[in-house]
Every structure is written in C-alpha cells, then in structure tokens.
Design a protein around this ligand. Structure first.
Ligand code: NIG
Ligand code: FE
Length: 411
C-alpha cells in the first residue's frame, strides 16, 4: 500500500484496448488511475474511492489523461543545424541534390565529427527534456552522423549515457549505412560498415539503413541484415521507399525487420509483405510537411490490410526539425486523413510495438509503466483539432511528474 498513488477525478481517461484486434482506444469518464511502484495497478470508478487505501491521492480536476507518446524514430544526437539548406530547398534545390553536393546529411556529419561527446550529450539531453515536456515518454535514437568508427561510437555512447541519465526507455540503433562519406566510394564504405558491424553490437540494439537511389541498394540492405543477424543485433529497421520506390520495404519485411520507416512510395505488394512479416509501418508526416513532398503513404491500404502503424518525429536537422509528437499526431490526421483514434493508437501502442516494447508501455493497461500525460483540455480530440498548440500540462513517467524546462532547447 505504501507506494500506491491514486490519480483521481480524471475527466477522460484514454487507454489503448490491446485485446481488440486491431487495438482501439478505450475512453472512460470520471475514473481514477491507481499507480503502484511506477506501474498501472488498476483503473477504478471515481465515485466511492477510499482515499485511506492510498499513500497519496492526486486530484486531476476533470482533466484528460492519455498514454505517453512514443517516438520510435529519431536522429536527435547531432551538432549544427541546416537553415541555409532549408532556404535552398525552398528555392527549388532538391534534398537529394543537396546531399550529392556534399551538403545535407554530410554537413551534419561534419559538424557532429567536430563536436565533442560532452557537448553532444548536453544538446541531446536538452532536446530530450524538451520532447518529454511535449509528451514523449519513450525514444528510439539512431546514430548515422559519424560515418566513421570514432564518431559513430561517440554518438552511441552519448545515447547510452542518455538512457542512464534520463528516466525514459531509450532504444538505440546503429545507422552506419546512412550516407556515403566524402572520400569513399559506395562499395568501399559499405564494405567498411559490414566489416566493423561487431564493434557496435554492445552499443546499439539494432541496425538501420537508408535504402535510396544514390545511397544504399536493396542488395546492400539484404547483406547488412543477414550480417547483423549473425553478429547478434536483435532489431532490424530500414529507411525505405522514402523518395522513390526501390524494393527495400518488401525485402526488409521478408528478412524480419521490426519496422519499415517512411514508406511514401510503398506499394500494395510492400504492404502485404509488412503484414506477412508483422513489420510495423513507421510514418513520419513531419518529413512530408517539411520537405514539401506531395506523396503520402498508402495509409488506408495499410490499415485495411491490418498492418500496425506507428508515428514518429524523425527529429533531425535536415528533414524534420521538430521535437513535438503532438504536431506529428495533428499532421498525421490531416495529411493522411486518418482519425484521431487511429493516429493516437499509432503514436502509443504502434510506436511501442516498433520498439518491441508494447508489453511494457504504450497502452496504459494494468501492469504497464505508468507513463502518461495530463492534457489542458477535457477532450483528447483537441490535440487533432487545434493545431500549433501545446496541450500537455504535465508528463508523468512511472507515475512521477517530470520537471519541464521552460525554454525550448534550440541548439
Ligand atoms: O530519416 N532519410 C534519411 N535520413 C533522415 C534525414 C537525415 C538528415 O537529413 O539529416 C530521414 O529523413
Ligand atoms: Fe530517419
């Protein structure tokens, strides 16, 4: 009884009902959330609660509670920013042309190689705190701005520090195959990535690859995944069908990828492969918005096929400089024409599944981590209706209110 906290007087308590196939929201009025030792113990009707049963009773005054948002695809450890590049893109130079001329990802690689671990830790930590304040309670973070052993290790070591120093779950991914560094050919660099894969095994949970014309091929993806499995990486992810259709999605799903990410150009065959492989489709509408892409993924075909959708920021300085999963939720609804319910299930349960952690968090079901948000509204749909607002009043991690930095982390 000692560590049992009762969050009472919740106006709208939103959980994900995972017993339903596909999972749906379960919305309860006037309920209380009972949290024991950082986990959801049960949900009770508010009327008739006995406060003497709990070590603490917190009155939420009719507010809305939703599960914490899960950001299952970020590149948040980096130095520098790319506002000049944004201006060039707005003036009609394409994202890939900028990369081909040594800018884009490669300009962030340069800045990140020059930064020391201490400053990378400081900026990434500030970003994560900001993201937590905006409602994110679990993260995936990729490397990929080093493209050499030293810097990739530096980035992943910072990721491991963040995991220890912040109270949130962090999944780390080695993305050595993110771009081809200057001074190497594709095949030289890819051979180097393959050879050195074991060096990253203890620093990351999984691997990822950017499969795109002019970057890495479907053949590279296959070689990387097979080798990664041999080396003992447990999670395979891929940036696929983002700017063109290459066939990486179907291949990744066939090889057991836990997630396929982006998918603007994914076709019905790819969707069938994801369904067959139980691969999560990670969608990032912030990228569509920021890169001015006209093409959106076949989201309704994915839903009809029973593919699990997830949503993420893709937080990075080139294609999606946002910290805000609320913005992602809002954009997903209106760019993809999906319902608030479908978007919220994707950003909680779906994103947790993309990290293979859907048993541990994401649904606010009994037994899960008590990671939740109180909203400054009585209706969770306001998140999708008003845009450009911050509706998160307080983020709770394992039942504890997190302290929110007042200033945005713009560094
Ligand atoms: O997920 N597509 C490749 N990688 C990132 C962008 C990284 C960058 O532009 O710095 C993405 O969109
Ligand atoms: Fe990405």
């Amino acid at each position: 009884m000692n560590d049992t906290v009762c969050f009472r007087n919740i106006g709208q308590l939103v959980q994900v009902d995972t017993a339903n196939k596909p999972p749906r929201l379960k919305i309860l009025d006037k309920h209380a959330l009972i949290v024991k030792n950082g986990r959801v113990e049960k949900v009770l009707k508010d009327s008739g609660l006995k406060s003497s049963n709990y070590s603490r009773v917190i009155d939420l005054k009719g507010k809305t509670v939703i599960p914490g948002l899960v950001d299952c695809h970020t590149h948040l450890i980096y130095a520098g920013e790319r506002k000049d590049e944004m201006e060039r893109r707005l003036d009609a130079t394409s994202y890939m042309d900028i990369l081909k001329r040594g800018g884009g990802i490669l300009s962030t690689v340069k800045a990140t190689r020059e930064a020391d671990g201490k400053s990378l830790l400081k900026t990434a930590k500030a970003r994560m705190k900001r993201m937590m304040a905006l409602g994110t309670t679990a993260f995936e973070i990729k490397s990929g701005y080093g493209l050499d052993i030293e810097t990739e290790k530096k980035i992943l070591s910072v990721g491991n520090r963040l995991e220890k120093e912040l109270p949130v779950p962090v999944t780390l991914t080695y993305l050595g195959a993110h771009a081809i560094p200057e001074g190497s050919t594709k095949s030289q660099y890819f051979d180097f990535v393959m050879k050195n894969l074991p060096l990253f095994r203890n620093l990351a949970d999984g691997v990822d690859i950017f499969c795109e014309e002019g970057v890495f091929s479907v053949k590279d993806l296959k070689r990387l995944f097979l080798q990664a499995k041999l080396v003992g990486f447990t999670q395979l992810r891929a940036h696929v069908e983002e700017l063109s259709h290459q066939g990486g999605c179907a291949e990744a799903a066939r090889l057991g990828a836990v997630s396929c990410d982006h998918l603007e150009y994914a076709n019905p065959k790819d969707i069938r492969a994801m369904k067959h492989g139980d691969t999560v489709a990670v969608l990032m509408p912030g990228v569509t918005f920021f890169l001015g892409g006209k093409k959106t993924p076949l989201v309704h075909s994915m839903l009809d096929a029973g593919v699990t959708l997830a949503l993420a920021t893709d937080c990075n300085p080139g294609s999606s400089p946002t910290y805000n999963m609320q913005t992602v939720l809002n954009l997903a609804c209106h760019l993809y024409r999906i319902t608030p319910e479908q978007a919220l299930v994707a950003a909680t349960y779906g994103s947790a599944k993309a990290l293979e952690d859907h048993e541990k968090y994401g649904s606010l079901q009994p037994g899960q981590r008590a990671d939740f948000l109180t909203l400054k509204t009585k209706d969770y749909r306001d998140l999708f209706y008003y845009f450009g607002e911050n509706f998160v009043e307080q983020t709770f991690i394992q039942g504890q209110a997190v302290r929110i930095p007042k200033a945005p982390a713009i560094e």
